[in-house]
Write a protein that binds this ligand. Structure first.
Ligand SMILES: Cc1cc2nc3c(=O)[nH]c(=O)nc-3n(C[C@H](O)[C@H](O)[C@H](O)COP(=O)(O)OP(=O)(O)OC[C@H]3O[C@@H](n4cnc5c(N)ncnc54)[C@H](O)[C@@H]3O)c2cc1C
Length: 415
């Protein structure tokens, strides 16, 4: 007969649920079970292999400066491949280099001459780097918040650099180009970019949750197991089974947790959406591991990267894998043709030879993270919240949240 009572049940095997489970295991609290509705771990991070191409679920990067994620993961085993620091910016039909001149000093002259911002912007970036290097993440999370756009303006950045660079660079991170996201998120990511590199695991982003899940005994995670509802300490599954637990961790996105715990009155958080198109080509249009941004403020494309320029595992031999991100969920009808047309102004006629591999529309990518959101209510034990929405909406935030909820579970279990 299978066990149906556990000390702790964790609902969701995204990064936050996995990090929670690992922390419990490390603290020798081993009577736990993770329930996951999908066929594999990772939640919003997954990689699918299709005809020799590795297709991540949306363009995501791992910042190798994430301190907590860096401690939990075996980074050498992920074989992280780095993007060049900085970006190419597509503006008025040209691709300009906007490089991090501290790490790529050879680009200082082209950087100063490029039309992406002015000399004061470049000095401002230097002073922001210096200030944020000295500031801890803890301090950033307690700072007064406003929108990222207000923050950039108050910091003295010109409208030009906001329009040509920040809107697409941070648009790609926040999944919104109006830069309404909290300035704390801006400062956190700016600090992480200053201290490290944007990377991809050589064999796809899905390796990150995979590596965490492999550290747990297989019997402690059940896939294809959706939780339908909770009543007291009972967890009712779609399979018709019922489990009970002394502690129940909701490592599900905020909207799902909200429906499990209606009396808690978690606020509704709108989702930021993104659409990702993958193309295959015989040659890389960029020829280097760098992110290219739309600095024109026109068109649907936000950013372009050739993932096989970072890691050859992303495409079969002799092929390049091109990833195009569009913010929101544009109408799918005729979308490939429209994007190909737009890409012609970036890369010329070669794009007509590219083969469209897949379009991934991701309606629920990131929960909105606006400034001055009301503090979230916390449930009474035996319930515990867990998820990126409690910290920063990022890989680092999800892992921190998982570890914090495990500590709360352990404190409760001891009493
Ligand atoms: C397109 C995209 C781009 C991103 N870019 C970046 C980036 O570049 N860098 C970065 O750091 N972060 C990025 N992020 C954010 C990062 O991926 C997330 O913050 C993180 O993965 C969230 O983890 P989580 O555990 O909080 O939630 P989730 O990953 O959503 O995990 C929740 C889990 O709960 C499961 N679940 C839901 N309902 C049930 C149920 N009823 N029963 C059982 N299981 C259930 C789900 O299947 C899922 O596995 C991006 C996200 C997306 C989608």
């Amino acid at each position: 007969m299978s066990q149906n009572h556990y000390s702790t049940i964790i609902i969701g095997a995204g990064l936050s649920g996995l990090a929670c489970a690992l922390e419990l295991q490390n603290q020798e609290h081993s009577d736990f079970l993770v329930l996951e509705q999908s066929d594999k771990p990772g939640g919003r991070i997954r990689t699918e292999e299709v005809d020799g191409y590795l297709l991540d679920e949306g363009f995501q990067v791992f910042l190798d400066s994430y301190p907590t994620a860096g401690q939990l993961l075996d980074l050498p085993a992920l074989n992280l491949k780095k993007f060049e620091p900085g970006a190419l910016v597509h503006l008025n039909g040209h691709l300009y280099r906007a490089m991090d001149v501290f790490r790529r000093p050879q680009h200082i002259v082209s950087g100063l001459l490029s039309p992406i911002g002015n000399i004061f912007d470049k000095l401002q970036i230097a002073s922001l780097r210096k200030a944020l290097k000295k500031t801890t993440i803890e301090t950033i999370t307690q700072r007064k918040e406003h929108t990222t756009k207000e923050h950039l303006r108050q910091s003295g950045f010109s409208e030009r650099i906001i329009d040509t660079f920040f809107k697409s660079f941070y648009g790609g991170i926040f999944l919104e180009r109006e830069l309404q996201t909290s300035s704390r998120m801006f400062e956190f990511t700016f600090k992480m970019f200053t201290e490290g590199s944007a990377t991809l695991p050589a064999r796809g982003m899905g390796q990150i949750p995979q590596q965490l899940a492999e550290q747990l005994p297989p019997a402690h995670i059940r896939y294809h197991t959706a939780v339908e509802f909770i009543e007291g300490q009972s967890v009712y599954l779609s399979t018709g089974e019922t489990f009970t637990a002394d502690q129940i961790v909701f490592a599900t996105p905020i909207n799902i947790t909200r429906s499990f715990l209606p009396s808690l009155r978690l606020p509704e958080r709108p989702w930021r959406s993104v659409t990702n198109l993958y193309f295959s080509a015989d040659y890389s249009p960029l020829g280097e591991p760098i992110i290219a941004l739309n600095g024109d403020n026109q068109g649907l494309i936000n950013n372009v990267a050739v993932l096989s320029d970072l890691s050859p595992h992303y495409a079969p031999e002799g092929k390049s894998l091109i990833s195009i991100s569009l913010l929101g969920l544009p109408n799918q009808e005729g979308l490939t043709d429209e994007i190909r047309k737009e890409l012609r102004s970036w890369f010329g006629a070669q794009v007509d030879k590219w083969q469209h591999l897949a379009t991934k529309a991701i309606p629920k990518a990131l929960p909105e993270h606006l400034p001055d959101a009301a503090p979230l209510p916390e449930p009474e034990p035996p319930y515990f919240l867990c998820g990126d929405y409690l910290e920063s909406t990022s890989i680092e935030g999800a892992i921190i949240s998982g570890q914090k909820s495990a500590k709360k579970v352990l404190a409760h279990a001891k009493n």
